[in-house]
Write a protein that binds this ligand. Structure first.
Ligand code: NAD
Length: 279
């Protein structure tokens, strides 16, 4: 049974996840290599080794290289029965290798990438795309329940990350297309807000038009908590999946162009601007 949970990576997603888990009555610890993140989190411990004394580790880390390094450190001292729940968006091939290494030591490892952003994490309304061995997926559900509005069983190890990467490729394509739509509308003399409101009610609507434009773009906020750099990582990983089509290839090129124009630390909704307004 999972009672003691440690969250590794206390960034935009990990910090609110730790708060949710503590609010659900679990015994929570957290660790981040950044001292400022540890100071800001009431559940943080000073040393990674202290965080390893847990029934489950929730990883919320930037990329597969970091997930691999942290998992190797955890497996060096892990007891059989530990469960590692990786909520980072990561390379499915790396996930499959880590799952096999962990299983050889009697440690469970699931990929559980999430959608819903920092707000979804704080409100326990994330969508979790779960991959892993069936027993591990079942055990992970209990620890994911306080974080999620839905936990989708995607299949074996890496399947959660495949779904998440395709989702973020689509999200990027929709944001770029929303920017092109605004550019075309303005070229015809239309007001962006009027056009966006009309498109949100039409059959060409998308999550980007319905949710992102009003929440983060048209009001100039650009404060979703998800960076362009992390989205660029996800689109690059998606492009490495088999079956890439021409629209996905064009999306990859346009995301690269946007990253040449905007810093990686900027909000990912800058993808709309990249297609909408000239530099
Ligand atoms: P973030 O950069 O805010 O947080 C990552 C944290 O990991 C940082 O605080 C960093 O200091 C810490 N870290 C890095 N290396 C470490 C190590 N070796 N040991 C311990 N801590 C370490 O990133 P984020 O936005 O919270 O995203 C985390 C993951 O979730 C990413 O894989 C991202 O793609 C994914 N994700 C983010 C969002 C979002 O809206 N922000 C949404 C869905 C998925």
């Amino acid at each position: 049974m999972v009672e003691r949970v440690s969250v590794i990576g206390l960034g935009a997603m990990g910090a609110p996840m730790a708060a949710r888990l503590a609010g659900a009555g679990l015994s929570v610890r957290g660790f981040d290599r950044d001292a400022a993140k540890r100071e800001a989190c009431p559940w943080a411990v000073e040393r990674f080794a202290e965080a390893l004394d847990a029934d489950a580790l929730i990883l919320s880390l930037p990329n597969s290289a970091v997930v691999e390094a942290v998992t190797a450190e955890a497996l060096a001292t892990a007891r059989p029965g530990l469960l590692i729940v990786d909520t980072s968006t990561a390379d499915p091939a790396s996930t499959r290798r880590l799952q096999a290494q962990a299983a050889a030591q009697g440690v469970g490892f699931v990929d559980a990438p999430v959608s819903g952003g920092a707000k979804g994490a704080a409100e326990g309304r994330l969508l979790v795309m779960l991959g892993g061995a069936p027993d591990d997926r079942e055990r992970a559900r209990a620890v994911l329940a306080p974080l999620a509005r839905a936990v989708l069983d995607c299949g074996g190890p890496g399947a959660g990350n495949v779904v998440k990467l395709i989702n973020n490729l689509l999200c990027s394509a929709h944001l770029l297309l929303a920017g092109e739509a605004l550019r075309m509308g303005e070229a015809a003399g239309l007001d962006a807000e009027t056009l966006a409101a009309a498109l949100a009610a039409g059959s060409g609507r998308s999550g980007a038009i319905e949710a992102n434009l009003p929440a983060w773009v048209l009001n100039g906020a650009y404060d979703s908590g998800f960076t362009l750099g992390l989205m660029g990582k996800d689109v690059g990983l998606a492009a490495a999946l088999d079956g890439l089509g021409p629209l996905a290839g064009a999306t990859l090129a346009q995301v690269a162009a946007a990253r040449a124009r905007f810093a990686d630390g900027e909000d990912f909704n800058r993808l709309v601007d990249a297609a909408w307004r000239d530099a």
